[in-house]
Design a protein around this ligand. Sequence first.
Ligand code: SF4
Length: 83
Amino acid sequence: MALQRKPNSGTRKLPGVDKKYTHGAVTVRWQSARCIHAGVCVRRLPGVFRPKEKPWVRLENASAQEVIDTVALCPSQALSTVV
Ligand code: SF4
């Protein structure tokens, strides 16, 4: 069964960290208030999502497509791709 995803809330401001990380043509948005710490991102791309480091997102360590595919799997939409 394909997952139905609601569009990200765009400009709605949540409490907590709201950051964007850019590398090349890819920008990833991180909204900490949405994170449920499922760890999907960390398990799938441990070179990119490094929660013990600052900055914790290192987009240069994977291809744009790998990042896009992994962000799409974030179950809470804490991660989203900005276009
Ligand atoms: S996949 Fe999404 S919800 Fe899970 S740890 Fe990463 S950012 Fe948080």
